[in-house]
Design a protein around this ligand. Structure first.
Ligand code: SAH
Length: 326
């Protein structure tokens, strides 16, 4: 599929047709199973100043936290008991000796046997190597936008080439790599979404996370309009057609803009991954990458999967209710 054809799918094909094509492709390529990952946002410390993100370092009033090793392990145990297949450790970006996180990865792997995905931003290659050696399986690092000029504007002092180099290192080190991008971030030309899709295809990513931009009050983009939900769903459907076997999450950002059925809509558009949060309640408000962020619970994920007519491998709910994590 070339750029012209991708643009046609994105902007011209009637939605019922596009969605039906994505659903057919999903059935053929990945079946009806939905993977459920447990997301643990273990720190909001960040040295970067991304113009769209509420964790940016210029947001001084934000209360910063970093969970202790024992708090991370407690949350990981809760996620494992709830039946997730993977622990996703996400944080803002700050440079620290890599050994702290490596020890946590080792313990999660040894004690709980979960797959571990990291999402901790751009780091030196030897940090990535250390965590891989410790047993980390996958890494999520969105390229955010394939428009290099816009990328540089949104990430002061940084360039798309550095991001792509980091993605290359991760692949070389044997991580299963995920990228992704924002839909409707201010300054984005709609047609550049086709370049985002072509880029993730060229990178050959195993996963691709796509979510609408949502403004955060303490950022320079506070007053910008949020990204479009229908457009995000169209992008997901085209991704399913272009990357048939990729893991595509229905993102929290989608759920935040459509609290009633964003996740279900994402699944119906071709997504096959949900990432409910296991971040301790006391920290959730401080992991404010954007405002009005939904709390995607395990119970909500389960409902979305069932109501989309799809399957999961979560344990049955106890008669007393979803006691593990509601
Ligand atoms: N520091 C890590 C994780 C960042 S948070 C990293 O750099 O990879 C995870 C994702 O949240 C980011 O990749 C970005 O795409 C998304 N995000 C940040 N601010 C956002 C906003 N205002 N609206 C929507 N998504 C946002």
């Amino acid at each position: 599929m070339n750029r012209r054809e991708i643009l046609d799918l994105l902007f011209r094909m009637p939605w019922p047709e596009l969605r039906a094509a994505a659903q057919q492709q999903r059935r053929a390529a990945v079946g009806r199973h939905v993977f459920v990952r447990g997301l643990l946002e273990f720190s909001n410390l960040c040295r970067r100043n991304c113009r769209y993100c509420g964790l940016r370092r210029a947001n001084r009033p934000l209360r910063r936290y970093c969970l202790s090793r024992s708090a991370i392990l407690a949350a990981a145990r809760q996620a494992a008991a709830a039946g997730v297949d993977t622990l996703v450790l996400q944080s803002g970006e700050w440079e620290r000796p890599p050994h702290w996180l490596a020890a946590i990865i080792r313990q999660v792997k040894a004690e709980l046997g979960l797959a571990v995905t990291l999402s901790v931003g751009e780091m030196p290659r030897d940090h990535y190597a250390c965590w891989r050696e410790a047993g980390a399986d996958r890494f999520l690092l969105r390229h955010e936008t394939a428009d290099a000029t816009l990328y540089a504007r949104l990430h002061p002092g940084h360039h798309l080439t550095e991001r792509l180099r980091a993605l290359e290192w991760l692949a070389e080190l044997g991580y299963e790599v995920g990228s992704g991008f924002l839909v409707g971030v201010p300054g984005q030309r709609p047609t550049s979404l086709a370049d985002d899709i072509l880029l993730v295809r060229r990178l050959g990513v195993a996963m691709c996370g796509v979510g609408p931009f949502i403004p955060q009050a303490a950022t320079p983009l506070a007053l910008a309009p949020h990204g479009d939900v229908p457009m995000t769903l169209r992008v997901l459907a085209v991704l399913r057609l272009v990357l048939p076997t990729a893991h595509l999450p229905a993102t929290t950002a989608l759920a935040s803009l459509s609290p009633d059925d964003g996740q279900r809509q994402g699944l119906l558009a071709g997504a096959n991954v949900l990432m409910p949060s296991f971040t301790p309640a006391a920290c959730r408000a401080a992991y404010r990458i954007y405002d009005n962020k939904a709390q995607v619970s395990l119970a909500a994920a389960r409902r979305a999967i069932t109501s989309a007519g799809l399957r999961h491998r979560l344990p049955a709910v106890l008669p007393s209710g979803d006691s593990a994590h509601v």
